[in-house]
Design a protein around this ligand. Structure first.
Ligand code: PGA
Length: 193
């Protein structure tokens, strides 16, 4: 993001500010970082610059340890998994395909198709598509916007400490618990079948 701002002739926002918009749609993230978000041409230029930088950077994405094992076990235990993301649909599909994760997820909502987090739409739409209600849904997320989205949707949220957000801010925003390792998730999802 910092590079994208510089490529558009602007000062780079500081790292803390960039960290604070992770999870939002690209449009909303840039809007919040710009001092004058009314400058439409500038918005477009930064967004385009970001996409180009991101395509280079995404080649270095790695998975947290145990992701395949945990997702496979959750599926085996009878849980229906979905992804709700600030990424674009092509972006999230590329990640899922690159890491052979697509088959774990029954439903995907991305911020280019509906409202950005922290609006509850992505969670609500996933529940509607799967035909399940708030009593049988849990959001797992690493960012403040994930917890805020879950709260707005009326769904409990398990926070994770190894991503964007700080433990305390996730708990303060309403996360039920914050876990430190991906595999700990299994403690909260006993077998359904
Ligand atoms: O990593 C991103 O690009 C956005 O984060 P998210 O997928 O948790 O919304």
């Amino acid at each position: 993001m910092q590079q994208a701002f510089q490529n558009s002739g602007l000062d780079a926002p500081d790292a803390g500010a960039v960290n604070g918009v992770i999870g939002l749609s690209l449009h909303e993230a840039v809007r919040r970082l710009l001092t004058d978000p009314e400058q439409k041409a500038l918005m477009e230029s930064i967004m385009q610059g970001y996409r180009e930088c991101y395509r280079v950077a995404e080649q270095h994405i790695t998975l947290y340890p145990g992701v395949h094992e945990v997702l496979g076990e959750l599926r085996k235990r009878g849980y229906w998994l979905g992804v709700v993301t600030g990424k674009s649909l092509p972006g999230v599909k590329r990640v899922l395909e690159t890491f052979s994760l697509s088959d774990y997820f029954y439903v995907i909502r991305s911020a280019d198709c509906t409202h950005s987090k922290p609006h509850p739409a992505m969670v609500s739409e996933c529940m509607a598509e799967l035909g399940i209600d708030v009593e049988r849904t849990v959001v797992v997320g690493d960012a403040l916007f994930d917890v805020q989205m879950a709260v707005a949707a009326g769904v409990p949220c398990i926070g994770v400490s190894f991503g964007v957000g700080e433990r305390d801010e996730l708990l303060e925003a309403g996360a039920e618990v914050v876990i430190d390792e991906f595999s700990t998730l299994l403690n909260y999802f006993p077998p359904l079948v």
